[in-house]
Ligand binder design. Structure first.
Ligand code: SF4
Length: 730
């Protein structure tokens, strides 16, 4: 299909210094969690996006020297010749598709350096606020000169590696930003004091790499124009815009990359805003201020997935380039689909930030919407290409929740004749309920994208409202390979916090107990509510928010040390806690429940502090108990209703019945019956969708329930290494 002419502006080339972007789609620096140790994964990830039409692909923060490493965040490096070779795979792939490759040269900040064991110089002497506690030393002028040399050396290596855009990483938390901040920079020398002095380090860093590039590369900087810390931080209408003015006046840059917030999950979540709290383009007020001053192109992010919105922000003069990290992860082919007039095929980011949570956990990123992300190299998966089976056989998928929908979609793309059977009249499984929770409507894109794709496949039939499928139905269906994606349900007995034990007195049958499914189904809930949360993600706090909005008194009890710690990893946690304070939702952290006890018209939650045991040793240690005084203090929480968000269990009834009759599988022509997603074990949405996808990709294997082997990237003994032992320190 031809491109919609209204979107033509998105495909105009844009000049940045000596280089030209072929269109306005720009993948800003984005972490993958692959870092320097998995260059194949990084290269293949960016390569797929280059093929998908992005005009520029940038690395994540790239450490310029081992002294400035950050071991707990897995980032990439440009320390030596080995890194040059590794990065060249990425840049070659970008160039093959006419895209530019950018590198974000990162230096400084309060780094833990747990791996390299260097003590980092920082712009001033100050410790980290978090754990591990890290102290830096204040850089002397000669240390600053050494850092400039590191920038120069890294820039030289970047050019050798084939990069087209060299960044000075200046977002909050790194050397340049600390230098500019009057809060972090209290130096008295030529790098401290006046605004001009504080700007000097950043300016010199830009000048340094500009000189090295010598017209071969575009020079960019990423600036957190406002770190949202008020007067003690960097404010847009103070240092932020003054710095933009100063650099603009000196003509030092070819591109501004603008973000807000800073390092740390609290500020990062204000930029990579989760959809629960932020709609797309919430950064507009900041981006447009930079654009007003800058005389070179400005790139800004905004979780843009709608081409009409992209056109609006370009035409309004807010930004010049559509910056994206998450939308490019969710759909690496987003630009090409717009270009080809296939906007209905765009797989839109849902703003769940599971990608970021995995990075925060030290793993490679995953994506709820795009199961192929970071599987491009190790599994050889391509988001838009699928192997065809030798014969177009029948396949049966039972259950049209997220995993079943994805499995059916991929089987359909592969050419199978797919029957997707769903008990309910609507598709989406438990996600249908989840998207009714406050702020989670965008997650519905998981369903609408797959429903739309399936509707266009002539080889997929969807049998809605089929009721409960029986073992006999499956055995007689006539498919050789069958996927059961029957999902999971919340337990009704309080199990989940303390191993395999339920909570005495908890039962979904009781009028005073409500599971999440019963909540969605409308089971009556009293005025005073205690929510037992051992799940640690969004369900308990979301139900609490809904109930608080209805005027109910809500307390969350959790055995965890904070409410919903998973939401900290997805950058939702800080605003979620603010919401809880604002709406008067109480919490008992580090507590669990001995018993639920009906008492007249109410119920008593008998709660205890997990650390109630005394600290004194008993005189004689005995086996089977802690050698401490045992405490027995409890707290009685009186309420009308207890909501049980403790754990989920797989719906295995159908699989169990089929397994009982496995002797009949062969005579019925059945080769395999496999469980996908939550049906095998409850898991995060992204992992359930991944499982459905993987099973469909590996459908012909002897046991599709077991993943095939993947390519591992690791040092192999006896091969060339960089640097070699004894090489000079860089
Ligand atoms: Fe978007 Fe969620 Fe995918 Fe991240 S994991 S790219 S937020 S859909």
């Amino acid at each position: 299909m031809p491109r919609d002419p209204r979107h033509d502006i998105l495909f105009e080339p844009v000049r940045i210094g000596p280089k030209t972007l072929k269109n306005r789609f720009y993948q800003v620096p984005q972490c993958t969690g692959a870092g320097a140790l998995k260059p194949g994964a990084n290269a293949a990830h960016r390569a797929v996006k280059a093929e998908g039409g992005w005009a520029a692909l940038c690395t994540e923060s790239c450490s310029i020297h081992p002294e400035i490493n950050q071991s707990m965040s897995i980032c990439t490096t440009l320390w030596d010749e080995g890194d040059v070779i590794a990065h060249r795979h990425m840049t070659d792939e970008c160039h093959k598709w006419g895209a530019l490759a950018g590198v974000e040269l990162g230096a400084g900040g309060v780094k833990d350096n747990l791996q390299s064991r260097y003590v980092a110089a920082a712009f001033d002497r100050f410790p980290s606020g978090g754990i591990p506690k890290v102290y830096t030393y204040a850089a002397r002028e000669e240390d600053i000169r050494r850092v400039m040399q590191m920038y120069a050396d890294a820039a030289r290596r970047a050019i050798d590696a084939g990069f087209d855009i060299l960044y000075i990483h200046g977002a909050a938390g790194v050397f340049p930003a600390h230098a500019l901040s009057r809060h972090f920079n209290r130096r008295k020398d030529g790098y401290g004091g006046s605004f001009e002095n504080r700007a000097r380090f950043w300016i010199e860093a830009i000048e340094t790499i500009r000189e090295v590039a010598d017209g071969q590369c575009a020079i960019a900087t990423r600036i957190a124009i406002d770190d949202l810390s008020g007067p003690w931080g960097m404010e847009m209408h103070d240092e932020g815009l003054r710095f933009v003015e100063l650099v603009t006046k000196q003509g030092l840059l070819d591109l501004w990359d603008v973000i807000i917030g800073g390092s740390g999950e609290d500020k990062w979540g204000e930029d990579s805003g989760p959809s629960r709290f932020y709609k797309s383009n919430h950064q507009a007020p900041w981006n447009s201020e930079v654009k007003r001053i800058a005389n070179v192109p400005v790139v800004g992010v905004g979780r843009f997935t709608d081409p009409d919105e992209m056109v609006r922000v370009i035409k309004s003069g807010q930004i010049d380039l559509i910056g994206a990290a998450r939308p490019s992860i969710a759909d690496p082919f987003l630009p090409r689909k717009i270009d080809e007039g296939r906007t209905e095929d765009i797989c839109e980011c849902i703003g769940c930030n599971i990608c970021i949570s995995r990075f925060n956990l030290g793993s490679t990123i995953v994506c709820t919407q795009n199961p192929t992300v970071m599987e491009e190299y190790r599994r050889g998966w391509h988001p838009e290409r699928f192997d065809k089976p030798e014969r177009s056989e029948a396949a049966l998928v039972v259950g049209a929740g997220p995993s079943g929908l994805e499995c059916a979609r991929v089987l359909g793309m592969r050419g199978y004749r797919v029957s997707l059977v769903e008990a309910e009249t609507t598709l989406g499984g438990h996600l249908r309920d989840v998207i009714r929770l406050p702020g989670l409507a965008e997650w519905g894109r998981v369903i609408t994208y797959r429903e739309g794709q399936l509707a266009r496949m002539a080889n997929v039939e969807i049998l809605r409202g089929a009721g409960m499928v029986t073992a006999a139905d499956v055995l007689d269906f006539g498919a050789a390979r069958i996927v059961l994606a029957t999902g999971a349900r919340w337990v009704g007995d309080g199990l989940g916090a303390m191993g395999p034990d339920p909570v005495p007195g908890a039962a979904a049958e009781h009028a005073y107990c409500v599971t999440p499914e019963q909540f969605f189904a409308g089971k009556p809930i009293g005025q005073r509510v205690v929510i037992l949360d051992s799940d640690g993600y969004f369900m308990a706090s979301s139900i609490a928010e809904r109930l608080a909005d209805q005027g109910k008194q809500v307390t969350i009890v959790t055995q965890l040390e904070k409410v919903a710690p998973m939401t900290d990893l997805t950058l939702e946690g800080f605003n979620m806690k603010r919401m809880m304070r604002e709406k008067g939702i109480h919490e008992r952290i580090g507590h669990w429940v001995e018993l639920l006890r009906p008492a007249g018209n109410q119920v008593e939650v008998v709660a205890y502090d997990l650390h109630r045991d005394g600290s004194l040793r008993t005189t004689q240690p005995t086996t089977g108990v802690y050698p401490r005084r045992l405490g027995n203090a409890v707290e009685i929480l009186e309420c009308d209703t207890v909501v049980l968000c403790t754990a989920r269990e797989s719906r295995t009834e159908l699989y169990d019945a089929l397994y009982e009759r496995r002797a009949e599988w062969g005579e019925k022509g059945i080769e395999a019956i496999v469980r996908a997603g939550d049906c095998l074990a409850p898991r995060y949405l992204a992992d359930a969708i991944f499982d459905g996808h993987r099973i469909a990709r590996e459908f012909e294997s002897a046991d599709p329930e077991r993943p095939k082997a993947v390519i591992r990237e690791r040092q192999v003994w006896g091969q060339e290494v960089y640097p070699k032992l004894g090489d000079p320190v860089l």
